[in-house]
Ligand binder design. Structure first.
Ligand SMILES: Cc1cc2nc3c(=O)[nH]c(=O)nc-3n(C[C@H](O)[C@H](O)[C@H](O)COP(=O)(O)OP(=O)(O)OC[C@H]3O[C@@H](n4cnc5c(N)ncnc54)[C@H](O)[C@@H]3O)c2cc1C
Length: 410
């Protein structure tokens, strides 16, 4: 049951980074909020494990940074690469204007568990796991709640505001009639893990580029989290060539993986990320707001999806906590959230499109190494200050948010 009397001010559908952070911030500001998460726990397939300096700053704003950093994690100060045999530092986070200038690698479920635990300290916060929002309830032209499915059966949850934070495959946004604009993407990504030999393997987190191949390797201490980029829709062809041929391609691309590729026993060990970039033309209707991937699914380029989702949640809490508490929420407040966050999301997506089209697609199309070292590699090698630009884009992004929604007196 929800705490308090009267109509629930806010229901958030989706307990991912966006939904849980928004639930946390609203409850902290004294707003009653119920978060619905369709899964029974947060322990799912790999969905990205990077927490960036912008999110660490948000955690510091709410006094959670030290507790978060007490969880087992890794700290990454730079991203490095091997481009046709040339070593290069791509991004150096050490100079970022942030309290902790590094990326944190932590399993996403640990991060979500942490947020849920902290949110539950506030009396107004309710988390209903194993509970799916199966559709919106519309009355008189506005959204007034969601239909809910759980083990207990079907019911309705009515709320002054429904926030759709239900991710890149959002069903609530189309159910509410919000139009999606698809930008498309020329790549897909194959994700898999390989064991890491701490004594012999390099320590770096980064990527390797070879003619026709690009492999990202995240150092997770005991294993490598790998992302192999393929042309859009090429999975069937890769599968037809067989798992042995794929192992051989991985080993040829990144030689330190040659001894561990045998751990890939079959295609069940390899997960496809169908890359899509899109955005909602309008993020809201009366009674409903979409944030995070539900509003703007991102490409994995730069690994910024979690952090943009968090930034949306912070902006939404900054703009909505007070009107929700006062019961004075109007359409202009929802429109203000889109106005604040649409530009950063679209700029980031444009950079991702440029990287996909100008860097990744040409690499995948090459059959031999270029005769000369690419100019970007030479510049990054010679001018260390240049490495601060990608670090800033990845680590902080455009228009970073600070928490302004207050903390209710307890
Ligand atoms: C393989 C992969 C690797 C990635 N790597 C990175 C990375 O390294 N760094 C990074 O920053 N980003 C990464 N991303 C992107 C990142 O995961 C997303 O951008 C981010 O999680 C978006 O957060 P969100 O809260 O908007 O949505 P999600 O994380 O998708 O959360 C949505 C939540 O809503 C729940 N849900 C869905 N529908 C309903 C419903 N109807 N009712 C109730 N609950 C519902 C889902 O179970 C889920 O928990 C990766 C994504 C994938 C798929």
């Amino acid at each position: 049951m929800d705490a308090g009397d009267g109509m629930l001010p806010c229901c958030v559908a989706g307990g991912g980074p966006a939904g849980l952070m928004l639930g946390y911030l609203l409850a902290r500001a004294g707003v009653r909020v119920t978060v619905l998460e369709k899964h029974d726990d947060f322990l799912r397939d790999f969905r990205g494990d990077t927490i960036h300096p912008s999110t660490l700053t948000v955690l510091q704003d709410v006094g959670l940074l030290e507790a978060f950093l007490a969880l087992p994690h890794q700290e990454i100060a730079e991203l490095s690469g091997d481009v046709y045999g040339q070593p290069v530092t791509i991004a150096d986070f050490r100079h970022l204007p942030a309290p902790r200038p590094f990326l944190v690698l932590i399993p996403q479920w640990d991060f979500l568990d942490f947020l849920a635990r902290e949110a539950q300290r506030f009396p107004g916060f309710t988390l209903r796991m194993g509970t799916r929002a199966s559709g919106v309830i519309e009355e008189g032209g506005r959204i007034v709640g969601v239909q809910v499915e759980s083990r207990e059966g079907r019911s309705e949850l009515r709320a002054g505001l429904v926030v759709a934070a239900d991710g890149r495959h959002s069903t609530l946004a189309p159910d509410a009639g919000l139009e999606r604009v698809d930008t498309g993407a020329p790549i897909d990504v194959l994700w898999f893990r390989l064991p890491r030999d701490a004594a012999h393997d390099p320590a770096r987190t980064g990527g390797t580029i070879r003619p026709g191949a690009l492999l990202v390797t995240l150092n997770r201490d005991t294993y490598w989290q790998c992302a192999f980029v393929i042309p859009k829709g090429a999975l069937e062809q890769v599968r037809q060539e067989g798992i042995a041929a794929f192992r051989e391609r991985v080993a040829r691309t990144t030689d330190f993986l040659a001894d561990s590729v045998d751990a890939l026993r079959g295609w069940d060990d390899v997960k496809l990320l169908n890359v899509q970039i899109s955005h909602l033309r309008r993020w809201w209707r009366e009674g409903l707001l979409c944030i995070g991937d539900a509003a703007h699914p991102m490409s994995p380029v730069g690994g910024v999806g979690i952090n943009l989702a968090i930034q949306d949640a912070v902006a939404a809490a900054n703009l909505l906590a007070e009107p929700l508490r006062q019961g004075s929420l109007r359409a202009e407040h929802l429109e203000a959230v889109q106005r604040r966050r649409e530009w950063p999301a679209r700029v980031t997506q444009r950079v991702q499109v440029a990287v996909q089209n100008e860097v990744l697609s040409p690499v995948l199309a090459r059959s031999s190494a270029p005769a000369r070292t690419p100019l970007a590699v030479t510049l990054l090698q010679r001018l260390p200050t240049l490495r601060r630009l990608p670090a800033r884009l990845v680590g902080i992004g455009v228009r970073p948010e600070r928490v302004r929604s207050g903390r209710a007196a307890s």
